[in-house]
Design a protein around this ligand. Sequence first.
Ligand code: ADP
Ligand code: ZN
Length: 720
Amino acid sequence: MSQSIVPVLTPVAVEAPYSYAVPDGMTLSPGDVVVVPLGPRTVLGVVWDGEPDRIVRGKLRPVEAKLAGPAIAPAMRRFVEWIADYTLSPRGMVLRMMLRVPEAFGPQMPVIAVRLAGAPPERMTEARRRVLEVAGDGLAWSKTALARAAGVGVSVVEGLIQAGTLQCVALPPKPVVAPPEPDFAATALTQAQSGAAEALADAVAAGGFSVSLLEGVTGSGKTEVYFEAMSEALRRGRQVLVMVPEISLTAQFLARFEARFGTMPAEWHSGLTPKLRERTWRGVASGEVKAVAGARSALFLPFADLGLIVVDEEHDPAYKQEEGVIYSARDMAVVRGSLEGVPVVLSSATPSVESRANAERGRYRHLRLPDRYGARLPDIRAVDMRSDGPERGRFLSPPLVAAIAATIAGGEQALLFLNRRGYAPLTLCRACGFRFECPNCSAWLVEHRFRRQLACHHCGHAIPRPVNCPNCGAEDSLVPCGPGIERIAEEAAERFPDIRILMLSSDLIGSIAELRQRFTMIERGEVDLVVGTQLVAKGHNFPNLALVGVVDADVGLATGDPRAAERTFQLLQQVTGRAGRQRDGGRALIQTFDPDHPVIKAIVSGDREAFYAREMESRERQGLPPFGRLAAILVSARSQDEAASHAKALARAVPPADGVRVLGPAEAPLAVVRGRHRFRLLVKARRTFDLQGFLRAWFDAAPKPRGSVRMSVDVDPLSF
Ligand code: ADP
Ligand code: ZN
């Protein structure tokens, strides 16, 4: 009889499963999680589908153990293969994202508690008497909690267990969250809202895969609408997943969910404690956790009975994972929906051009909410900095200063938005022209006045801000050029010495808890003026915020990136949409040197259709997504020579093919990062072209990276 062999995929950089022998008495099926030897280590692996590879060099090693936890379902195995094939990543690396909680696959450890068993101990002490008094309530206590409540050491409790007075009992694990109630506090929807809500609820009721694009202006009630779809899924006893771009910003979402469904959803992100991660993972796998709000990684949770996926703020660039397996969580959410056969809802005030195109082509259902709930959209105007700008060395124009003064005098809040951390993006010497540059990256050092440092935003390199020029020794010759939010806050404080100003950017916030606490301060009106980066542009609802000032609307437009227009449109729409959410009279002022730019005009006029039509037309003309396909190949190395020669060798190996062009190599936009020199090749193909097939054939034929050379592939790059 031939020995039984199984293919096992391991979470390392391998393409295919390895073969392992099945020990006598063990039965394994695809999806089972096992422990296998791999080189000198042992690792978790998953029994994969298909025939094992029977050509084995050396002796076949046996599977060491089969784990008791949940198996990896077929749809999840297909999901791993799909992502690996699409992104050209090794399957093992994708599997690794699914096995991030190794403890969850072992046997579940019961929670041990102690309870009074009856017989009093033979030897009674004062400490023992106190423990028995507390345990006299008949409840089960954890050993430490009981000891603490009685004010004694744990050894006293242990002594009483040995004496038989206290008894150990195994408790069922605590549920992660209480089950949400679908009809806890339903909202009465407007007509437009209920039209959209019914369409989504129908999709849930019908079951099966579908994608709906829920497009509604800021404050139109998109959240209320997709809550209805979630409620329908929950009523059917199924699980729901809501993806959010940045979990740090979701305190308000969690509170709204609780108000609507009577309990919080389970959260899933990298900040959970290992214990909570394990419990949540198991709860999702068993079906006990009904609702999850999570970041990108929530896509890899093993839902027992998923009924709906919602992707909130679907256009947000934070959905793109840029390291390791490079993928878009928005796009992979759609893939997961199709593999699970469940509806997917993409929600945004400013959908990506890709999703818009899919809606126009009829591949997605397009649901729209044209009006705000309970308030009009803010009045948005451009301030022409050529004619109405401030005096030299200042950044706030007279119209913006006047608007801030009026807003605060009226008891309302204002927000100044600039997407640049620190005090000044560049520092130079007035005497010799020296500029502070990062030694590891092709980037200027940014001054951070609070930390008294000049710092690189790419590698973290930082130096104390010197007094004299390090190049020519001149005294007091260093000047900051351009503003970051610290400089804007400084100018605002000079102009309005008596107001309460709060700065918000990621480098000024220590933790998620601190960020949530700042948001609460703003909500409570303990701040008059907020000066912030995109951290404040997203998602949050500040009821008393009446004025938004965009300090420099042109920053993002001048990058030369074909996606610059879309990004800027989305960001400006989001940030101006913070104004006047709760009542009429919201205003936004946009400082720009180019008020005739189509993006600025679209924002000021509110004509989103004009923007999308123009953008589609220009993408089509250039053969860019969604009318063509792109992949970016990044080659990096310790030395410029190494990187350049590998990139050139790659370019020489491009196989001949119709419908595709390979551009470059050229220096990447950031030519050096962390001491690594970077070159880029851009693959541009027709929409129907088999991009992955082409890339695979190319890389198979091309020389492999050697020495310090690394190569990464980004299919559907965000910036190009
Ligand atoms: P969006 O997600 O589109 O920005 P929200 O769902 O956050 O919009 O709604 C904006 C505000 O209006 C929220 O405070 C929300 O509770 C409120 N709101 C929206 N629709 C209704 C409704 N039908 N009844 C009561 N309040 C609503
Ligand atoms: Zn650097």
